[in-house]
Design a protein around this ligand. Sequence first.
Ligand code: SF4
Length: 275
Amino acid sequence: MRVEVTEKTPQKLLTKASGFLKGYTHTLNPYIGCAFGCSYCYVRQSPVGLFRKQEWGTWVDVKKDVKEKLAKEMRLLRKKEQPISIFMSSSTDPYQPVEHKEEVTRTQLEVMAEEPPDFLFVQTRSPLVTRDIDILKKLGDRVMVSITIETDLEEVRKRFSPSAPPIPARLKALKILHKEGIPTQVAIAPALPFSEEFALKLKGIVDRVCVDDFTGDGSGGKRTARLGVYEKYETEEKAKWVEGNVQQEVFEVMRTVFPEEQVIQSPDGFFPPKV
Ligand code: SF4
């Protein structure tokens, strides 16, 4: 699908966190819009998605002049002696395709390596995050990289998010990050039908497993229904994966491989790890 890329110069980069991200002080979005265009994306129904004429997934605004601006905002917060914990990103993917060329996320990470927050949570679906291992390492245990893997089945991934990166590449990225000593999480969010081997495929490559379902869409699943996502399920999948207690079932499957403290249900699974 063709993606229209435009440029924006925002006044401010850090936004005060609210709602299900209240475990953070701020959110940081390097882009507006997202080329991955997942069918279930809750941003489709937020002002960012609704007030735009083009369809979600077909446009991206690149934030320009971020380096000095972000450094200034970080210094200002530090001066106020406020804690700074950042969720990157809440309404875009920081490692979507345009990041290869634009490097807005990389630039923001470079700033944070110089002006470190107390904690940075990097949430993505893209293996491109491994490009920035050199900077992520500088943040030590102040960072966690969370890669969404909703299913281990490519057929299912293609049904729900055909433009998002393939699952094997995401698993490989987690493996590389983990081997490099970067704190990692898999976000099974939203959990989609997966194979019996899924939990074993994740073993040894993540420090934490976050489990979520469509009830985590901020409206108990109603937003997801409005997006027509439930129609993407095969008839035989519906009883278990739509009508069942998906979050609890997936939690129990993951608990067969991971210890209790490593499997966390949403929204806690998106909060900074307890130390
Ligand atoms: S990657 Fe995230 S922000 Fe982008 S479309 Fe998918 S769910 Fe939405």
